[in-house]
Write a protein that binds this ligand. Structure first.
Ligand code: GCO
Ligand code: MG
Length: 402
């Protein structure tokens, strides 16, 4: 088999998605997600200008070799743009291989290690009553694990807090909107919120919280300690963890489980975190980590330390990236949990998918390949719109991590 065509489709059915479609001389096609929220067109150029010309004529079955060729062949390694582009190729090739075999991808990854994949959903509220309503809404949808984010008194807008159904708009600002931030106010407020949630919903519901890279190690240690009575499933991205050594301090001080990695794109970003067992969950996305091939290797590395998977799955991962994640989740032994918010009805029409969400659990379905079909005509009817994520500023105007 040979690759005869590779096309990049950019569509915006509510938010922007970048999809690579590879076609073979046998008529089998494969899809890969290359969406990098807020920097989409950089990946489009990387693919069109530098990757697609190298794919034509290659044997699509040589997935590992193609991955190494693109990664090592570029000389300039790693980085989100490069790794999103390589991820799209990797997933499209796995899609083709599995379709050629007539099997769903998870069968090629070793087969199912479980019957279904537990997902967590997002609840948020500007205040506690609104948060309770949102948690109840997620429970009504079937979720059995819930991420909890709230407004902070004195701050106008905080990451992850929006009215139900409004989240898709979060990434559609034509210029970055400015949000405000005050770490001390946040640290004072959050433990009381979890006390209230535990009081209302009882001890059993798995609760997660995302600090979104905003704390220093010592602040993160204090928050982790303060949250211990409320038995979190995890505290996510407590610090900007590029400084992996900083997590030693957090780890020594608290037994709240830690999850990190959604902005990471290579195993080297995890060497200290995994090797020294400083975290409990690795959180990278198939889409930003170079695809199924390297993410599988990361999970196998993490498994040696009883560290589990928790693939990043916000709305800005397309159904193509989500499908690839669910196949991997079903197959690996050290699966932890999968983030899943679903997509808008229009997005699900553009990307018809075989995966299903029932009773708080996902299943990739039995369609050959990753099980996603792209409606290119509908995609073209919703063209790209420039969109930025927000930026954060402290009261004195200093830029802070968002
Ligand atoms: C999460 C993430 C996202 C990111 C988003 C940025 O835990 O799902 O923190 O909400 O902010 O993916 O594009
Ligand atoms: Mg996060």
């Amino acid at each position: 088999m040979k690759i005869v065509d590779a096309k990049v489709v950019v569509t915006s059915p509510g938010r922007n998605f970048v999809t690579l479609r590879i076609t073979t001389d046998e008529g089998i096609t494969g899809l890969g997600d290359a969406t990098l929220n807020g920097r989409e067109l950089a990946v489009v150029s990387y693919l069109l200008d530098h990757v697609v010309p190298l794919l034509i004529g290659r044997d699509p079955h040589r997935i590992e070799d193609t991955w190494q060729y693109l990664y090592r062949g570029a000389y300039w390694r790693r980085g989100p743009v490069t790794m999103a582009a390589i991820a799209a190729v990797d997933v499209a090739l796995w899609d083709i291989k599995a379709k050629a075999a007539g099997l769903p991808l998870y069968q090629l990854l070793g087969g199912a290690s479980r019957d279904r994949v537990r997902a967590y959903g997002h609840a948020s509220g500007r205040d506690v009553p609104e948060l309770f309503d949102s948690i109840r809404a997620r429970q009504a949808e079937g979720y059995q694990a819930i991420r909890v984010q709230t407004g902070v008194p004195g701050l106008a807008k905080v990451y992850g807090v929006h009215r139900d159904g409004e989240s898709a708009a979060e990434g559609r600002h034509p210029r970055p909107v400015v949000e405000d931030w005050d770490t001390a106010a946040y640290l004072r407020h959050i433990p009381g919120v979890f006390e209230a949630v535990r009081g209302e919903f009882g001890p059993e519901l798995p609760l997660l919280h995302d600090a979104h890279h905003r704390l220093t190690p010592v602040q993160a240690a204090r928050l982790g300690k303060a949250l211990e009575p409320y038995d979190l499933f995890w505290l996510e991205d407590c610090t900007p963890a590029e400084n992996q050594e900083g997590l030693r301090l957090v780890r020594r001080q608290t037994s709240t489980p830690l999850a990190i990695g959604e902005v990471f794109n290579s195993v080297f970003d995890y060497q200290t975190l995994v090797g020294e067992q400083l975290i409990d969950y690795v959180r990278s996305a198939v889409t930003h980590f170079g695809g199924v091939t390297p993410l599988r290797k990361l999970f196998d590395y993490a498994a040696q330390y009883q560290i589990k998977s928790a693939v990043h799955g916000p709305e800005d991962i397309s159904p193509v990236g989500m499908a690839a994640a669910i196949h991997l989740d079903l197959a690996i032994h050290n699966f932890g949990i999968q983030e899943y918010s679903g997509h808008t009805a229009l997005t699900d029409e553009v990307f018809r998918h075989a995966y299903t969400f029932t009773d708080g659990h996902l299943h990739p379905g039995e369609a050959p390949g990753i099980g996603v079909e792209l409606d290119e005509e509908l995609a073209a009817a919703h063209p790209y719109r420039p969109a930025y994520l927000p930026v954060n500023r402290l009261a004195d105007g200093t830029v802070h991590d968002w």
